[in-house]
Write a protein that binds this ligand. Structure first.
Ligand SMILES: [Zn+2]
Ligand SMILES: [Zn+2]
Length: 716
């Protein structure tokens, strides 16, 4: 008892107007405290550690107040729960109850609340049934917490039973009970029940509205969430708080709705809500999902406080919007900050490396993960496999796959390796892995079929591809647009244009640009202008500003000498302000990456490289190479065409490789667009003349050139 004085000494003594009744007033009995109780109540309020709490508890036990003053007993229970000592809280609860014939609602509600707040669902429900068994009055302060516990553990059945009890006991239209129900059904994803209660409520507060909006947002029904949000503002005049803004921002992000993103951002800014970390994070994520990394970065830079979520969402925003280099720069900043990278950060950065295709960088990240003793779970292993496959190191990817214990491999692990084999043109291996996956009892999903169908397409395995496509129906895997795109691509490349077109016509839903794009590409390969026109007109309706489709169609016209049409398309592009994306290639040079643009004038190695390319052209011609002038721009002289062909970015990069990289080493080049026919043929010659292995990753797949042939067998 003597140490209690020290607790009191720097605190003001009694304040008779202190709100002592907060919990009691919600209960069903009236009660007026005496001065000694007020004294202890104060003491408890200022208590901020479990040792002083235990002292107060023992003082109250000595005075006997612990059983005679329900308020103080409850306060101690609340405090124990706050300090994570639910066992002591429960012990006290039981000790107090022993002194009475029947437990009081007030004390039971306190204990139920303590359990529910930490998600101890079964204890909550046990106590609830104890109340019912002992005939303790269950009221509108009991139900919401029981619902909360059910919601946290998704116990729908139990929740419904308690809902029934509430109706029977006449609490069906109590605001607190209804709000608890809306929250529970929302979290359990029962929209119909949820919406019914919500719509029937006579008054709804902000919490209710937010629960309903969040429910839609979490269930990825962003349109409904936004409609409701508008209704809340317009009909009820309620102003969104930070929790509502977080949900709305997420819904807007799901829709990729740039205009609403602007509005939500503005609102959060005006109300100063954006200063809260969770709101700042959600606004940041919303902008990245809308593809606006600049705005996201602005939010990020202005944040007064950042946590690992802020860093991760900025990093993944960059990666997902194709700005992997920015992600790398930001990652360096993160390491200099006081925020440590987590496995999620690693996952994002590994996929940034996969996107860039730099083997050296990828390895560095892998080392970083190992060195920082980060836990490598299956998802991170899968990401690493994917990265190695995309960086051209399929062997390492296979090693990693074999390193994952079979029981820990998930469908994703198989999918990544199947797709790895596919992009390197190893269709047979992909198919073998696909059968092994099924033998080992792993159910293929829609991603698996995308990987296997595209593997069949890259390797020209038409019959096998058709079989896999049929297999999907047998396994009742939902046929998605991307699967159709793969099959159209496969059939189209093989010249089965009519079959591809028939498949498109039979599709249950309108084909996307991916499907028409695959057909257009096939039409270009096989010079089918008529079908090409059909594909292009559909494409330009879906994606009127996609430069790639204009270029493809204009190539088809050019190949058939339809210059008027070529000119018209170019004019269309010009009028719309569309530009052909600039081609560039990168080459791994030791630990560095060197970039080359087409007809590069800036590169420090340009003189040597241009000279090398010219001599290479002569050597190739002597070996039988004929330049494919159709790959050059059409409105220049023949001789210029040939020279311009020599200066394609990928050729400059390969020439650099021949010049500078040790003869025993592989030349690894990445190109942002598809490799052109002429470069493809040139690299076959170079690989033969110089006995070099050249690996080119273009926008679509890998080409391994060796001894005068390419792994794609000219099928790409
Ligand atoms: Zn080229
Ligand atoms: Zn190839």
């Amino acid at each position: 008892m003597h140490r209690l004085g020290s607790l009191l000494s720097h605190k003001p003594l009694l304040n008779p107007r202190a709100p002592l009744y907060s919990l009691i007033s919600s209960s069903t009995f009236s009660y007026s405290p005496n001065s000694i109780e007020i004294f202890y109540d104060h003491l408890l309020k200022s208590c901020n550690g479990s040792s002083s709490l235990k002292q107060i508890h023992s003082a109250l036990t000595t005075t006997g107040l612990i059983t005679t003053s329900p308020h103080l007993g409850a306060q101690i229970i609340i405090k124990y729960a706050k300090f994570d000592d639910l066992n002591r809280a429960r012990l006290l609860f039981d000790n107090i109850n022993v002194c009475y014939d029947k437990p009081t609602s007030f004390l039971c509600n306190t204990m139920i609340r303590a359990y529910a707040n930490v998600g101890q669902c079964f204890e909550t429900l046990k106590l609830y049934s104890f109340m019912r068994k002992t005939g303790t009055f269950v009221n509108n302060y009991t139900y919401p917490f029981v619902f909360k516990a059910c919601a946290l553990n998704l116990l729908v059945r139990e929740g419904k039973v308690v809902h029934g009890d509430a109706l029977k006991n006449g609490f069906g239209s109590d605001l607190y009970v209804e709000a608890g129900l809306v929250d529970m059904y929302a979290k359990c994803g029962l929209f119909v029940d949820c919406r019914k209660i919500f719509d029937e409520m006579s008054t709804k507060d902000l919490v209710c509205w937010t629960a309903m909006i969040t429910a839609y947002e979490q269930a990825e029904k962003p349109e409904e969430a936004l409609i409701l949000f508008k209704k809340m503002q317009q009909e009820e005049g309620l102003l969104a708080d930070s929790i509502a803004v977080v949900s709305v921002a997420s819904a807007v992000g799901q829709l990729g709705d740039v205009r609403n993103a602007h509005t939500v951002h503005g609102y959060a800014f005006r109300k100063s809500l954006i200063e809260e970390l969770c709101v700042g994070n959600s606004i940041l994520a919303m902008h990245t999902k809308c593809g606006n990394t600049e705005k996201a970065r602005l939010v990020f830079d202005m944040m007064m406080e950042r946590d690992v979520i802020s860093w991760n969402s900025m990093l993944s925003g960059y990666t997902q919007n194709g700005q992997a280099t920015e992600a790398l720069l930001l990652f360096d900043e993160m390491r200099d900050s006081d925020c440590q990278p987590t496995p999620v950060t690693a996952l994002i950065m590994v996929s940034a490396c996969a996107y860039l295709g730099f083997r050296h960088l990828g390895r560095k990240f892998h080392d970083f993960i190992v060195d920082s003793r980060m836990e490598i779970d299956t998802n991170l292993s899968n990401a690493l496999m994917d990265m190695y496959a995309k960086c051209g190191d399929l062997e390492k990817a296979v090693d990693l796959f074999n390193g994952i214990p079979p029981t820990e491999r998930n469908a994703g692990s198989w999918n990544v390796l199947i797709s790895g084999y596919g992009m390197h043109g190893h269709g047979k291996e992909a198919l073998e892995l696909f059968s092994r996956m099924q033998e080992e009892g792993v159910e293929p999903n829609h991603f698996t079929f995308t990987s296997i169908l595209s593997a069949c397409s890259h390797a020209g395995l038409i019959d096998e591809g058709r079989k896999c496509f049929a297999e999907m129906k047998r396994l009742s895997v939902t046929l998605e647009d991307k699967h159709h795109a793969c099959v159209v691509d496969m059939l189209g490349r093989a010249g089965l244009l009519q079959e591809a077109f028939d498949l498109i016509k039979e599709m249950p839903s309108p084909p996307s640009d991916g499907v028409w794009g695959a057909l257009l590409l096939a039409c270009k390969i096989h010079g089918n202008m008529e079908l090409g026109k059909t594909a292009a007109s559909n494409l330009l309706q879906l994606e009127p500003n996609h430069t790639g489709y204009y270029v493809l169609m204009s190539n088809i016209y050019a190949a058939s000498n339809k210059w008027k049409e070529v000119w018209k398309l170019r004019q269309d592009m010009k009028n719309k302000g569309l530009k052909k994306p600039a081609a560039f290639s990168m080459i791994e040079y030791g630990k560095d990456i060197l970039g080359f643009h087409t007809a590069d004038q800036e590169n420090p190695y340009r003189h040597e490289v241009y000279k090398k390319m010219e001599s290479l052209a002569i050597e190739m011609k002597m070996a039988g190479y004929v330049p494919d002038l159709s790959c050059a721009l059409h409105d220049v002289e023949e001789e210029d065409k040939e020279r311009m062909l020599n200066y394609h970015s990928e050729k400059l990069a390969v020439a650099f490789g021949v010049l500078k990289i040790d003869p025993g080493m592989v030349i690894r080049v990445t190109k942002n667009l598809r490799v052109c026919n002429d470069c493809h043929s040139a690299f076959k010659y170079i690989s033969h003349i110089y006995q070099r292995k050249i690996i080119v990753r273009d926008a679509n797949r890998f080409h391994h050139f060796q001894g005068g042939t390419c792994s794609c067998k000219d099928y790409w």
